[in-house]
Design a protein around this ligand. Sequence first.
Ligand SMILES: [Zn+2]
Length: 272
Amino acid sequence: MVVPFFTARRRKRLLDQPLAATGEAALQQHVALYRRLPSACKDKLRDIARVLVAEKNWEGCGPMQGKLTDDMKLVIAAQAGVLLLGLGLDPLRDDLYPNLDTVLVYPSAFTSTAPRSVATIGNLPVMSEGFANLGEAWNQGSGGGPVILSWADALRGSLDIAGGHNVVLHEFAHKLDMLDGSVNGTPLLDSREQVDQWKNVLTGSYIQLSRSAALGLPTVLDPYGATNPGEFFAVATEAFFQRPSELRAADSPLYDTLKGYFKQDPAAWEPV
Ligand SMILES: [Zn+2]
């Protein structure tokens, strides 16, 4: 979806200005995936991140109220932007995460406020009240609802690429999944054939993960992905970008199917 003319003009003015030195330093120091990218992708990611920072409503929550800086927003937005890099979106004119209106950021793990009745109509992860939570993606209302994040965990996943966990990639994968209105682990795909391949491959990998998780076997994918197909896509997305070579070695059909959707090959970014 293309943004209105005035929005495109505002974006051009924004992106014509160089990014502040502190912003570039924040990306270099705190976003491991950014450092890995080829330079042309880096430029595009920087633009996507700046647009997300400028256009979404960002709020620091609890002790983070009034303390969420633009550089912190940029670190989160750059990770979210990695998922969009190959999807053919132009940061100057395309709507980026049109189903996201707000990013709420807590300093660390927070208590979910999602009542069960809301959580069960499609908000993932489904958490009961009182559960210490690292992230949530809501699928609600005309604006699409917020992503809610723990800053400590967003930063940890951003720095520790080999650890495989990345709450920002996870929650924004849910947002991509939600674009077609349902949270079922199948995002918008290009063709009927791609949908068939997706269902075949991901169903097989999901069943395999469920079996391994039940047996307590080690897996590249976080066993949390065995919760349901929506969580499986989010967890597979984390591994695809954070531990691509390991995922490709463990489950090449899954890697290739995700590569077909994201139109990116993160294993090629890894240092040899
Ligand atoms: Zn989730």
